[in-house]
Design a protein around this ligand. Sequence first.
Ligand code: GDP
Length: 197
Amino acid sequence: MHIHSADFVCSNNDITKCPEPNKPEYAFIGRSNVGKSTLINKMVQRKGLAKTSGRPGKTQLINHFLINEAWYLTDLPGYGYAKVSKTSKEKFQKLIEDYIIERPNLVNLFVLIDSRHEPQKIDLEFMEWLGELEIPFSMVFTKTDKLGSGKLNTNIKVYSKKMLQTWAEMPVFFATSAETGEGCDQVLNYIEQLNNQ
Ligand code: GDP
């Protein structure tokens, strides 16, 4: 998919204030520091569109971007950052849950996973929760440039094995790097494919 426009629409912490749900929407989520903002910027080729925080856990808003005047890309708050207060954590956990459950035009959720790490309980539980709610999602392994291809394949295999303890099959997944651009086209083409269905 060629990106010819990427515009910031709004940021908010209230799902009733999200843009009118009149276009297909794709949301990106993951643990703080997983590389979400950097990957979004790389995919849409706009350096400062999604804010790269440097301060994990700080972006606790739902950010909407309009891509090619045709679909919404949503940057959701990062989950699982230990250093925010419990009340604040519960508040944005609820915000994320409400958004995922209630957003009628959400076509697919991209769950970002740092390719360097072993499967983490918080990500596995989050995906199980998505499964229970029958929310369509794909996995996006990030920062692949930090690993050799051998190690990357091993890590993905370990992850698949873990997923298959719960799931009948491995969800659609992508291996990406915001550094080299690996996988960005694949994610965008997948979105295009879903847009055309
Ligand atoms: P977010 O909290 O998930 O939005 O994470 P950021 O996009 O702010 O990235 C967290 C850190 O990881 C930053 O220092 C980025 O420069 C770095 N980073 C993000 N993506 C990549 C990547 O693909 N490769 C490498 N080497 N570093 C990355």
